[in-house]
Design a protein. Sequence first.
Length: 327
Amino acid sequence: MYKIAVIPGDGIGKEVMKATINVLDSLNLSFDYNYADAGDECKEECDEALPQETLEIVKSSDACLFGAAGETAADVIVRLRQEMKLFANLRPIKSYPNTNALFDDLDFMIVRENTEGLYKSETEEYTDEGAIAKRIITRDAEERIINYAFNYAKDNNKSKVTGVHKANVLKKTDGLFKEIFYEVASKYPDIESEDFYVDATAMYLITRPQSFEVIVTTNLFGDILSDEGAGLVGGLGLIPSANIGENGALFEPVHGSAPDIAGQGLANPIAMLLSAEMMLRYIGENEKADKLDNAILTVLKEGKVLTPDLGGNANTMELANEVKSKL
């Protein structure tokens, strides 16, 4: 029995979560779902975007599925990452058929440090002149995430890891990141290592994205580059993510709550389904994850049942049911 915390959240988060649970239930796995509240609506009802009760549910679960949060996203997902010490954010960039992908041969992973940098809590403050933010980079956190990236490459038959930074300008913080990157790289002689400035990487993602296998970078840079990567393969509706820590994990699509289409049944559930697939791999159910991935791929290849963002006219649950039928 796997204890799974389920946080549907706001907007289309509820719709894609319902569709995903519907598919997961057909995999013949023993899941004990524990539903919890967080997000904008939760804050309106109980004055907290992330109640302590929800946090305790997540902490006591084997994994967490998260739908989406609206304006309170920073209060919810950033706090969950920090409270749970979910230090690694994984954003796969993979081409699927019939998805408006700019390239049909992409398959790389962006590994983003999740706990510090400019996104660390209470790093901003107002001053007499305006406002100031502190960028916090520690040796322990960066060494941990870079080691994670190289281990990911080793475990997933990837032959190269690219470190991304801006050490020519941020000489101390990113200078430290680059130094640690090559210290760690020396422990993995069978894996090629290279590094680029973040602005050059942004260009290379457009001009030669096939050259990347695993990218590892700091929090803010990883956030920006992963959304750029989503644009390469058809948009945010197709990008899952995992937040991994030493004692827990949270899986979420990266598309947000999309209030403009919420409640209309138009949301693409693929990103949430792929996030659930990442969860299955995390708990060791690789065979079931492969089945789900093959079912999603089959539906996209056939192109008969697609949501409007993919050029079809199916609704959220119709697409999910089509994936379910392929299982």
